[in-house]
Design a protein around this ligand. Sequence first.
Ligand code: GAR
Length: 195
Amino acid sequence: MKVYNIAIFASGDGSNAQKIIEYFKGSSTIKVVLVVCNKPTANVLNRAKNENIPSLLISRADFYESNRVTEQLHSYNIDFVILAGFLWLIPQNLITAFPDKIINIHPALLPAYGGKGMYGMNVHEAVIAAREKESGITIHLVNEKYDEGKIIEQHRCSISETDTPQTLAQNIHQLEHRYFPAAIERFIQNNSNGI
Ligand code: GAR
């Protein structure tokens, strides 16, 4: 049986990366084999170490001025790339190397509250400032523009009068932890023909 290897890209705490790693520990067909990070102080690097998963720390030059990252992904036989709180725009060479095989999670209901600069707390602050009644998460394919790839799944939560950006962030994280790993699994099961 073919085993699908995934690489998780993350820039920060990595709570989503942790949930994904834990979820696929029990899988015989999907394995998390690499964590890619662009920030030396990011907690996700500690998480990878604790889980005995190799990590790759990348620079801007590696990412935007060379093929080094794509070559590394090929050397780990990566089939799918998962962006879990990764904040750099994905360059065209990576998209070409992994067509329709890069999945991102965004902490709002795209197309609203997406695009450059819309990440993490910035998103939740904008949603609360606009007095929205609901927010949610979007799991989508990645193309060369921020947050514009095909939507795979969305999940919603309501916002009350007393919510703050911080409480909304907590609620969004809960949705992400609950839905993202299984959404990745479903997507890979349904889109692995020909690999
Ligand atoms: C998550 O909420 C994710 O949706 C968001 O960063 C957070 C990372 O949390 N991603 C973006 O804003 C991408 N535009 P984590 O490090 O605890 O997984």
